[in-house]
Structures are given as C-alpha cells and as structure tokens.
Design a protein. Sequence first.
Length: 261
Amino acid sequence: MTVRFSISVSLIVWLCLVTASSGARSKSKSGRHRSSSQVALSARTNANESSTPSPSPDSKPAASPSPTSNATPAPEVKLLVSVPDQKLAVLVAGKPARFYRVSTSQYGEGDSYNSWQTPLGHLQVAHMIGFGMPPGSVFRRRQPTGEVLAPDAPGRDPVVSRIIWLRGLEDENKRAYQRCIYIHGTPQETFLGRKASYGCIRMRSQDVIEMFNWVQVGTAVSIVEKPVGQAIQESARETALYSNSNPGPPIAVSTLTTTKP
C-alpha cells in the first residue's frame, strides 16, 4: 500500500515537472518569434528613414550652361543654269566652284502647262529626294522602284539618282512646282550639252549626286538665256550690291577646286 502511494506521488511530481518544462519551452519560442518580428519591423523602418526621397514632379534639374558657338557661317551656294551654253554653274559665295553639262527642254523655254518647256528666272530648291540611293536608281513619281540603270542604257529615259524639285519665285515661273520641274539625273548622258529634256534640267548621275551634297531646301536657282560667263558676272554684281546693303559676318569661301567652263 505504501509502495503504491509512493509511486503515485512520484508520477504526479514527474507530470508536473514535464508540464512546467513544456510551458517554459513554449514561452521561449514565443519570445524568439516576437523578437524576430520586431527585428524585421525595425529593419524596414530604418530603411525607409534612410532612403533618399524622390524629387517631386514639379522639381526641375539644374540648368546646364549653354555651349558657346564659334562656328563660321556656311558659305552661300547658288545654282546658275545657262540655256545657251547648256551648262550649270555652282557659285559659292558668289564665285564659280563647279561647272556641269546639262540638258534643258528640247521644246524651248516657258512655264505654260503641258508645254514641256523649261522655265526661266529665279527659283529655289523646294524638295530634295534620293539621298543615299545608288547612282542610276530609277524613280517613278518620286519613289524609287528598286531598278538601277547604267549610263546610256538603250531605250530608257527615266528620272534617276537624285531629284531636286524647284519652286518658282516669279510670275514667269510660278507654275514650276506644279509642273514638277526638277534638276535630276539621266541615263542618257550622251545627250548632255544640248537641249534634250521635257522641261527639267538633266545631269549626269555622278554630277547630280555631287551637287546634291552642296545644296539644301531654299538654295537659289537661276535659269537664264545668257552665256554662263556673263551670267556669273551679273550674279556677282547682284551679290555685292546685296552684301553692301546688308552687311553681316564674313563668309568663308569654299575650298572646292574651280573648274573652268
């Protein structure tokens, strides 16, 4: 009887110890979990406090100083077409820099619709088409077809290589733009130097490509019924009169090699 009572008391004591131990372990784990959560919250709080605030939509960056330009003004380029000589002269700052053989209209000079004639007077470059296309590239309605022709291709007479579309500035050539008067390349290079076109000004492909790089929209073009030498002298006088009445910064003359007509 005494033995049984001792065993029962021992068992009760052991159960109490086990229960107390389990409670302690549970409290310890709970404490550890709370500590981890607090650490994570603290880390997020510190990160938010230490991060740099992003600028507001209304804030503007500091303005950088504008560069100082010492560029020399580009020399003035003008194109002059002599109908009697069937030549085109490139004038740079009033001085001849290049001469090219051309073809104007075989039907004469004028500006009437459906006349196929070349207009006279003062015009300017309105559009430039064909940059980067290979020599001999064929254009139809100012769009490249993908075909490339060799010079003097038999039986062919399309617009090739480059298109410089002209706009008239006077009553005598006011229809030039609507009539689609161009300076353009031609595969019929054998006919250059004489009247052979249908109103446009034709050039050798390599020549029009070279000249294309010197002109821009707005470049002046004069088509005259005078020998090219006389036309250049008159143009130089006009340029001098304009320069004297409108003084400005000096213009650097082009270093292009002058070619005699």
